[in-house]
Design a protein around this ligand. Structure first.
Ligand code: MLT
Length: 393
């Protein structure tokens, strides 16, 4: 048996597992210290009451012979896909029901969607980047090239001839930098993709944080139906990081080499996936109820306030950053020329604040650091206090 040798080319541990291991080791050595975790973008508020109510009702349905459910449709129950369809329609985007595929989250779909592409395809990702885009392609042996996201271009690289690739990843609002593309900028990417017969994999996991004229869905852009797939998630929108639910949109018009990618994805999912549990899908559909939307907005406002607190803290410390607006992440420049991991150790040892070292997201992330606004208000306030005491000049 010959293993997949491409696994030798990925880092031995996933970035966030590595950080968790380091923090656990610190806690074991310093059991008396309180650690303030603003590293992984994991939510801390409980699920909204409307979601919990719907899940309880679904559990009751599962307990009775007349309402019990076995296997569901692999692409998701119609009631949830209709809710997602209506959510897009409220923003002026028309989707057909069979273009919407419910899944257990955007991270899994990000990896699984690559089944549709030949391993010979070239891949373009931003640097810095959500490590899943890179690792999943390296595991498949694809060739990756990078577009440079730097302070000079506001962490929003734009297309040029040297960036031609078959598969293009765009994440906006961006993880990790928090930067968001506007319509004009995304139109340039869509035109570029159409010109070169590329497919854009658009990660919209953070769309619910958009408050300005930044784009929330690639399908707001004319032409995107011919060149883009959108991946989205209930994780950040509605606190489903532990519950697991997301969705992917593959438009009918997306055809390459005479093959419909939507039909291929349907074929792939019906073969390799048995759908998300009925209980979770009922909970996810409640996110779009009037009550659910109101409650979710309150939770998002809480995280947005945390983001503001961290951004204000950076202002007070005189530290340059992006994000915080339209995004739950604050992407900051490490002070005093420290590397990302030096700053990580410094904050952990001195004030027990955990963030994510920018270099974990790529070469351009070196010298940067990411803080998340998904912590509790208490953790965020205490972390900001400690940061100010340590870093304010
Ligand atoms: C992150 O911290 O970047 C995210 O939580 C990762 C994810 O959504 O998988």
């Amino acid at each position: 048996m010959k293993p997949n040798y491409h696994y030798q080319d990925v880092a031995e541990t996933y970035l966030f597992s590595n950080i968790a291991k380091k923090v656990s080791a610190y806690v074991a050595e310093h059991p008396d210290k309180n650690v303030f975790r603003l590293g992984i973008g994991d939510v801390t508020l409980p699920l909204a009451p409307a979601v919990i109510k719907a899940m309880h009702e679904a559990v009751d349905e599962m307990s009775k012979k007349e309402t019990f459910k076995g296997y569901g449709p692999e692409q998701g129950y119609a009631f949830l896909r209709e809710s997602i369809q209506a959510y897009y329609a409220r923003r002026g985007i028309q989707l057909a029901l069979d273009e919407i595929f419910v899944s257990d989250g955007a991270k899994s779909d990000c990896g699984n969607i690559l089944d549709l592409f030949d391993t010979d395809n070239s891949v373009l990702v931003p640097d810095p980047v959500y490590p899943v885009y890179v690792d999943t392609n390296v595991m498949a042996g694809r060739k990756i090239s990078y577009m440079q996201a730097t302070a000079e271009n506001g962490f929003l690289p734009m297309p040029d001839e040297s960036l031609k690739a078959d598969i293009i990843y765009i994440c906006s609002p961006n993880n990790p930098t928090g930067a968001s593309y506007n319509k004009t900028q995304l139109k340039a990417w869509v035109d570029f993709a159409i010109q070169n017969d590329s497919v854009i994999l658009y990660d919209a996991a953070y769309e619910c944080f958009v408050e300005t004229d930044a784009v929330r869905s690639i399908f707001e852009i004319e032409g995107a139906r011919n060149c883009a797939i959108e991946l989205c998630s209930f994780s950040k929108t509605a606190g489903f990081t532990g519950t697991r639910c997301g969705y992917t949109i593959v438009p009918c018009e997306l055809v390459r080499g005479g093959m419909s990618l939507r039909k291929m994805w349907l074929r792939r999912q019906t073969t390799k996936f048995n759908g998300v549990s009925y209980i979770v899908q009922k909970g996810a559909a409640a996110v779009f109820s009037e009550e659910g939307e109101k409650q979710i907005k309150e939770n998002l406002a809480y995280y947005k306030e945390n983001a503001k607190l961290i951004a204000n803290c950076m202002d007070e410390c005189g530290i340059a950053y992006t994000g915080g607006k339209n995004s739950p992440y604050i992407w900051l420049q490490c002070p005093s020329g420290m590397t990302s991991w030096e700053f990580f150790d410094y904050l952990l040892n001195e004030i027990q604040v955990v963030g994510t070292p920018g270099s974990g997201f790529g070469k351009n992330g070196e010298g940067f650091f990411r803080l998340t606004s998904f912590g509790s208000r208490e953790t965020t306030l205490e972390a900001c206090d400690r940061l100010k005491k340590l870093l304010k000049k």
